[in-house]
Design a protein around this ligand. Sequence first.
Ligand code: G4F
Length: 342
Amino acid sequence: MKLALITGITGQDGSYLADYLLTNDYEVHGVVRRTSSLERSRLAHLFKNPDIYNKRLFLHYADLEDITALRRIFLGIQADELYHLAGQSHVGLSFPMAEMTCDLTAIGTLRLLEIMRDMPGKPRLFHPSSSEIFGQPKSFPQNEDTPYLPTSPYGCAKAFATQIVKVYRDCYGLFACNGIMYNHESPRRGENFVSRKICRAAAAIKLGLQSKLVLGNLDAERDWGYAPDYVRGMWLSLQQQKADDYLFATGETHSVRELVDLAFNAMDLKWESYVELDTTLFRPSEPLRLVGNASKAKHELGWMPSCSFQELINLITRTEFDSLQQLGSERPLSGGIAFNRT
Ligand code: G4F
């Protein structure tokens, strides 16, 4: 049985990766931060399974800044594969929280590589890079050779982390891969990312739980895919003979406005009656359009995206509708759903 260690296991990608690896007979260890809340809802289905939790899925407490605790966990587990998914992943929030973002995302990755260098049996490392490293690219679609031109503290931190992974691979022979991930969404996406925010609002408005949706830039265009596909790409990257970098994207681009239109259509609503713009939600700078060419991952890994943009938005909106309806019938919401200001 192979052993995998996941930092950021409680996030969207971490939880799908845990599902995927457990289905493929791995023993999975996750690093979690201590918080006052024990709620880890994306893993709830695994905690409930007596054959999984504390049998093939184990959680360990450590912060990314706590190097001693991390080193102890890494040495104790001696994993075959290490998926480093933890970090501050909200691009908009990286402007007010620039130092924290760079410390966790850039220096946090370097710290992890340093721990790996000292380990006797070195695990294979997957690092999730981001299309944000391309910022305002000069070519479309982007590929693994497109120059980095980040436009946010988050993009800068990811550019550093991506490059340092390559440097450690070349200098110290570590099996370390970057996956350049374009936006990937699902019903497990955090509520302050635009896909979930919009789909949740459309469902809540339909159910009378919310009256309006406040958004920023509707003209921004992104390449949005389905998160479980990207998690499969992470695993495939680590099963190759040689460590390399791969870009994961659908190759299609859509605007935030199109996303709004699809989500509200799925609820038979006209979005123009409910959406308000708020300039404070516009970012100081951001990529206006990102679209990726995943040919290398398709040819070398056999990777393919499985879900169209319309199917994805329908899935998130309908899942949101069902869960809000259930919540509403069990426990009436007092003040409605709070407006999300991120
Ligand atoms: O959903 P978003 O916050 O995702 P963003 O910034 O593209 O970043 C995500 O994808 C990256 C990969 O490309 C990851 F590296 C990163 O960790 C994260 O997963 O915003 C998408 C777009 C942006 O252009 C934003 O300006 O939606 C626009 N937007 C418009 N109104 C909004 C809002 N974004 C958010 N979060 N909230 C709004 O109200």
